[in-house]
Ligand binder design. Structure first.
Ligand code: PEP
Length: 258
């Protein structure tokens, strides 16, 4: 499938932000704004799992789909504090982010654990958004492709070709997350092309590839115009309805129908 045929996808990652009242206002504004987007722009929000029921109630019937930011590597059992993928599915969710760099760094999640979580999400009928990305030291050492390639390969090795086609992959350079310092569109495109080739070798060339890392209304369109960038995973800017919707509109400007 050519770039022209791939839909755009913009997903918000709220991280550990939100309260009931603020969520309601944000979700309602996003649902309303999404109504005006062309059909080939998909919009999602990944909320703290505690707010799944609220999100489902407010977004059901809208253009916006929802998900969580992590799932357990287990389906059930004595794992205090964990949330299992089938529980997430119970609330009509579409997405589960796995392998976000904050979980890899602060929760010591290994590439192997991320691969297991990906499988659990798929088994529960969720679409995993598999995050990969290098640190600044790794980039400066010229190891970007080796790092993101290994992170992706660990996941792909555990999946069938059919399962691989059901992924979303997000390239999120660690040095660009929450820093206000986005990768340039050339830097991002180069890594996306590399990841696309890796996915193509597994028969999954058309997997949506999202860029994440300080995407803002003023840099989104340039990033989304790149051949292998199919949209964005948006952190900080997804907490402000105007900014998030402006980023969705940037995706629309680069979509076929937009
Ligand atoms: C993220 O954490 O997934 C992210 C992309 O964050 P930000 O947009 O704030 O850099």
């Amino acid at each position: 499938m050519s770039k022209q045929q791939r839909a755009k996808l913009v997903v918000g990652n709220w991280k550990m932000h939100g309260r009931l009242a603020a969520n309601a206002a944000l979700l309602q504004a996003v649902a309303q704004g999404a109504d005006e987007l062309p059909a080939d722009v998909r919009v999602g929000v990944c909320v703290p799992s505690l707010y799944l029921a609220q999100t489902q109630a407010l977004l059901d019937g809208s253009r916006v789909v929802w998900g969580v930011q992590d799932v357990s590597a287990f389906t059930h059992g004595a794992y205090t504090g964990e949330v299992a993928a089938p529980m997430v599915s119970d609330f009509g969710a579409t997405f589960a982010i796995v392998g976000h760099s904050e979980r890899r760094a602060y929760h010591r999640e290994s590439a192997e654990l991320v691969a297991v979580k990906t499988q659990r999400a798929l088994d529960a009928g969720l679409t995993p958004i598999v995050c990969v990305g290098e640190t600044l030291e790794e980039r400066e050492a010229g190891a970007t492709e080796q790092v993101v390639g290994t992170q992706l390969d660990e996941v792909l090795a555990k999946l069938s070709a059919d399962e691989a086609t059901r992924l979303v992959v997000a390239y999120e350079p660690v040095w660009a997350i929450g820093t206000g310092k986005s990768a340039t569109s050339e830097q991002a495109q180069a890594v996306h092309a590399f990841l696309r080739a890796r996915l193509a070798a597994k028969g999954a060339a058309d997997v949506p590839l999202l860029y994440g890392g300080s995407v803002k209304p003023d840099n989104a369109e340039e990033l989304f115009r790149q051949a292998d960038i199919d949209g964005g995973l948006i952190g900080g800017a997804s907490l402000k309805d105007q900014d998030f919707l402006a980023i969705c509109k940037a995706a629309a400007a680069t979509s076929v129908a937009g």
